[in-house]
Design a protein around this ligand. Structure first.
Ligand code: IFM
Length: 775
């Protein structure tokens, strides 16, 4: 099936292109990437170099090279392999490519390229290579290469490690040390700021009848290559496997030794066994993350592709690293977490692999000190989480990142100090995780501390307006980032109220079930009963704008309705330069009601039961025409709300839009002079949510799994997996009804209802049984 021009799927588990387009080199580097949460290897070709944005982004390598941007490094390319036929360099970028196909199999994360090439003279060959970033050993990348000569002559092969790779914000390595040990080559690098050792190693295993006529080792300052020369007749082949192992000094004390060990192990196992090991892990992941849409192959493929990207972006192997807003697809967005992690990436894991969600939340626990430091620096107490959060939790969002392209002057944006909803968003995720899993130990040992510290920060940050007898948050940036310095942003207030309520509930629960721990925690944090009374008072008295009684519309922030009413496309006509930033302080959107992204409608996706569908509809209709979708986070929100208010066709359009921002290259890669390309992992996580929360209408209502499905006309059914409080459930939603089966290994019963709470009874579902409910 054609997904778009030159983008095809045969099975719904892969994307394929049949011609090479140099203009898409940057986008396709991300779109065809492979990875495993430890590293991300871009979808580039083995013979490519810096100019083609070859990239292997390694987690846990934060480093600041230019005094401004803390970011992950792009490691030396340990998968470099090039051929020269009769002296001509073989590449998709030179000569003539007469037959070409490139595929990413995202069921198992394998990149494959096939190409017939000639230099136009007497050099002709066919090459084929494939590669995967192993889930059996996350430090390992494995590839297989084959060249078939279509003309007789000399073929030289250069294989090794290329340290000449691109870096977004400066040179991160203060030294490069190439070395060789028998069959293996190494490149040891050390980062300039933190002194982290990053060691890349590579072993080549020849699999060929032809014997090389010469072998050399070429060691340059930043490259170490084995050069082999063959004399081939027409039809002769050269084949080899390449193993690349990467370790850093943040992983182990001796990264070089770990590389040597893993290279030997990989070689011993060989490509096929490594592939089997890798696919078994993926089978387990898909068993949980699967979303099978029947009747709409395009939607099914897009959903799977996005889930794949959400999985490989996530450092599931550890609890001290975040999910980057661009995952490991590039260095943009600093390999760091935003609110995207809790609101967009995590829900899929909460309900499918709760242990992974837990690790990401423990990461927030481990970065509490950074959040405390940020709060203290700005004159508050408690935890003000970093808007952009790396490994320590300290704020790494610079104060200046966009430029006024008209004047060339830097713009001071306040994402880092006014976008306070990040803290209650994390509290929201902590509490949602607890409700979905019942993981009491997590709440007691980690979650409560996050909740208490967020509540303390909210108390410190809020104002009590005596004349109005209410609490107000002023000087904010809500999700709509074009409007900075706004008061009483409704989204922020709703999230803050939820977070405070969760803190109070957790405090009470700890008192009932773990009073000693509560005492110890209260002592550690200096939380007294009077503070908890203040949290309660805030829950009651915080100012949250209600729907207008006449229209149902909720104002985004104080004075929003007085702003100029204009549509995004009309407004775009006012741009003097297409590269202008639309937001604060002088952008064209600032005095208008044009929002960058969903803001009021974002509230509904997080609190669907607090608003009835007439209010959702009124707000959808009001805000949707005024939203630019200048953020990839936005379409999924409107799509989800559209699916709930009966706009199913529109919802499907938003689903396709959200799931294809990267694949169809509709995202912007530069704004206000700042590079922001790569994989938009929030939209990837949102794909799962749109299907499960949106079209299948799933929500956890107390202890009942409630479904209110409304499938797009093209969809016959959708099925997926959920894990709720120890019950492992397979759900199938069809036009006729919903069937939920609880696997035999489930530890507890659940209750299932289809329809609204006042009309639908909840049925008990015991382990190893099924319930079917007609609609
Ligand atoms: O967190 C988002 C924000 O909401 C919009 N700009 C991009 C950020 C990272 O995805």
């Amino acid at each position: 099936m054609q997904l778009r021009e030159n983008l095809v799927t045969d099975t719904g588990w892969e994307i394929r292109e049949e011609s090479f387009n140099e203009e898409l080199l940057i986008n396709n580097g991300s779109n065809y990437m492979t990875g495993n949460g430890y590293l991300g290897y871009r979808g580039t070709f083995p013979e490519w170099r810096k100019a083609q944005y070859v990239g292997c982004i390694v987690s846990d390598t934060y480093d600041n090279a230019d005094g401004k941007w803390e970011e992950l490094v792009n490691a030396p390319n340990g998968q470099y392999a090039s051929f020269a036929v009769n002296g001509s360099e073989l590449s998709a970028l030179s000569g003539t490519v007469s037959k070409y196909s490139r595929r990413l199999d995202f069921r198992y994360g394998r990149h494959h390229r096939h190409m017939r090439w000639t230099d136009g003279g007497d050099a002709q060959a066919v090459i084929e290579d494939d590669r995967f970033a192993s889930y059996g050993n996350i430090h390992l990348i494995v590839s297989r290469h084959r060249l078939t000569a279509e003309s007789a002559g000399t073929v030289s092969v250069s294989v090794g490690i290329d340290g000449e790779v691109w870096s977004l914000h400066g040179e991160h390595f203060s030294s490069y040390t190439p070395s060789a040990d028998g069959d293996d080559v190494y490149m040891k690098t050390v980062t300039g700021e933190r002194g982290t050792e990053v060691v890349v190693s590579n072993r080549m295993v020849l699999d060929t009848a032809a014997e090389p006529v010469s072998r050399d080792l070429v060691s340059e300052e930043r490259r170490i290559l084995r050069k082999l020369e063959f004399r081939l007749d027409e039809g002769d082949e050269i084949g080899f496997e390449l193993y690349t192992v990467i370790y850093t000094s943040n992983d182990v004390s001796d990264p070089g030794a770990a590389c040597a060990r893993d290279l030997a192990q990989a070689h011993e196992k060989g490509y096929d066994a490594l592939w089997d090991e890798h696919t078994r892990v993926w089978d387990g992941i898909w068993d949980r993350s699967r979303v099978d849409i029947v009747g709409d192959e395009r939607a099914r493929t897009l959903a799977r592709y996005n889930i794949y990207q959400n999985v490989i972006a996530t450092p599931a192997h550890t609890d001290h690293l975040p999910i980057g807003a661009r995952g490991l697809s590039c260095q943009a967005y600093q390999g760091a977490a935003f609110w995207d992690q809790e609101i967009f990436n995590l829900p899929m894991f909460v309900y499918t692999q709760p242990e992974v969600a837990r690790r990401m939340l423990v990461y927030r626990y481990k970065t509490l000190d950074g959040a405390r430091r940020k709060a203290a620096r700005l004159g508050f107490y408690g935890a003000f989480y970093a808007w952009v959060s790396g490994d320590t939790g300290d704020e790494i969002c610079p104060s200046y990142f966009f430029q006024d392209v008209l004047t060339g002057r830097d713009i001071r944006n306040h994402f880092n100090d006014w976008q306070i909803h990040i803290s209650p968003d994390i509290a929201y995720a902590v509490w949602s995780y607890y409700l979905a899993t019942g993981d009491w130990e997590f709440l007691r040992d980690y979650g409560a501390e996050i909740l208490f510290e967020v509540a303390q920060f909210l108390v410190a940050r809020v104002y009590f307006k005596r004349d109005k007898h209410r609490y107000e948050f002023v000087r904010l940036l809500g999700p709509d980032e074009y409007h900075e310095n706004v008061d009483n942003n409704t989204f922020t207030a709703v999230q803050a109220r939820y977070a405070l309520r969760a803190a109070v509930d957790a405090y009470v629960m700890l008192g009932e079930h773990a009073s000693q721990q509560r005492e110890a925690l209260s002592d550690k944090l200096g939380v007294e009963r009077s503070h908890v009374d203040e949290w309660r008072r805030m829950v009651e008295l915080i100012y949250v704008k209600e729907p207008d009684p006449a229209t149902g519309v909720i104002e985004q922030f104080d004075g929003f309705f007085e702003h100029e009413d204009i549509t995004p496309s009309e407004l775009a006509g006012r741009l003097i330069d297409p590269g202008e930033y639309w937001g604060w302080p002088n952008g064209i959107a600032v005095p208008t009601q044009v929002s960058k992204q969903a803001d009021v409608c974002q509230i509904f996706t997080l609190h669907p039961n607090d608003y009835d569908w007439t209010v959702m509809k009124a707000n959808y209709e009001y805000y949707e025409p005024r939203t630019q979708h200048g953020s990839s986070l936005s379409p999924s929100v409107y799509g989800t709300v559209a699916s709930w208010i009966g706009y199913t066709e529109r919802a499907r359009e938003y689903f396709v839009k959200s799931c294809s921002v990267d694949l169809f290259n509709t995202n912007k890669s530069v704004s206000g002079g700042t590079f922001i390309g790569g994989i938009h992992t929030a939209a990837c996580g949102a794909a799962w949510q749109m299907v499960v929360f949106g079209f299948a209408g799933f929500e956890l209502d107390g202890s009942t799994l409630r479904f209110r499905p409304d499938l797009p006309p093209q969809w016959d059914s959708v099925s997926f997996f959920l894990e709720i409080r120890g019950a492992l459930l397979d759900v199938e939603v069809t036009r006729e009804g919903v069937t939920v089966s609880s696997r035999a290994v489930s530890r507890a019963p659940v209750w299932v209802a289809v329809g609204d709470p006042d009309t639908a009874d909840a049925l008990e579902l015991k382990p190893h049984s099924s319930v079917s409910v007609e609609r």
